[in-house]
Write a protein that binds this ligand. Structure first.
Ligand code: MG
Length: 268
């Protein structure tokens, strides 16, 4: 099931997305409004609205976003980072937070931060947690996942290089586009993940090239902290990251999910 969050006539609701549409023609899809919330038992109401009539919102409002860096070897190499220590052992996963206030939905603008001159796109598969959990054993990981969506870990690369912690470089407002919706029925182990800017391909990878699997990442993160329903794990970006400029339209497409599209604007 594809679960979207949207506003209609001033109300916020979740809906199941029905139908198939070509990229760019998503307005032809229909939403069956959900009674309740997707993190508990819920029913479809049978009340349907065309997607074209609603405004899509971020599919989830996470309490926290835990992001993983350097989870694709080619991307680590393109930024000059090694995945192994001096003894040749694999480094532990690199994790960081993006704040809840960084989240925007598909169709919302990315505002170019005035303290950066080098904004980059990072297409990533996002995992949406479905239930409160901690110390999740590997064999239980699938039970705590609600579904998957597309993410863009937008990064002020110059600020990331300049400052030891990445809170500003990766945590500014609108630095975490999520969407367009959550796909709950998906095997995430080998999906194409693509990023285009103004229709030109910049990144193309496969989730099977992750250094750490989704299971391993959730075991590692939940060893340290409780994950809440709606929390999001960003699983790293494949090679090909590059600059975004004011006026650009950036799109992240993941096989089996859909396309997350955002335009870069100057702060007014
Ligand atoms: Mg990233």
């Amino acid at each position: 099931m594809r679960i979207a969050r949207f506003s209609i006539d001033g109300n916020v609701a979740f809906g199941a997305v029905e139908g198939d549409a070509a990229p760019g023609a998503e307005g032809e899809l229909v939403l069956d409004i959900i009674k309740g919330i997707p993190f508990a038992d819920f029913e479809l109401s049978g009340t349907k609205v065309p997607l074209a009539k609603v405004r899509l919102l971020p599919p989830v409002l996470p309490n926290k976003i835990v992001a993983v860096g350097r989870n694709y070897a080619e991307h680590a190499a393109e930024l000059g980072n090694s995945l192994v220590d001096e003894q040749g052992a694999l480094e532990p996963p690199l994790t960081f937070f993006k704040p809840s206030t960084s989240v925007v939905g598909s169709g919302d603008p990315i505002t170019y931060p005035p303290f950066s001159q080098d904004l980059h796109h990072e297409a990533e598969l996002a995992v949406v947690i479905g239930r409160m959990c901690r110390e999740v054993p590997k064999e239980r990981v699938k039970d705590v996942i609600l579904g998957y969506t597309c993410a863009n870990d937008v990064t002020a690369r110059d600020v990331q290089r300049r400052e030891k912690q990445w809170a500003r470089a990766k945590g500014f407002d609108s630095s975490c586009p999520l969407g367009p919706w959550i796909e709950t029925d998906l095997d995430p182990s080998d999906l194409t993940i693509q990023c285009t800017v103004n229709g030109e391909q910049r990144q193309l990878g496969r989730t099977s090239d992750m250094v750490r699997s989704i299971e391993d990442l959730i075991v590692h993160i939940s060893e340290a902290m409780t994950l809440l329903p709606g929390d999001v794990i960003l699983t790293g970006t494949p090679a090909g990251v590059g600059p975004l400029n004011v006026g650009d339209e950036v799109a992240v497409t993941i096989e089996g999910i859909g396309t997350l599209t955002n335009k870069v604007i100057k702060r007014g």
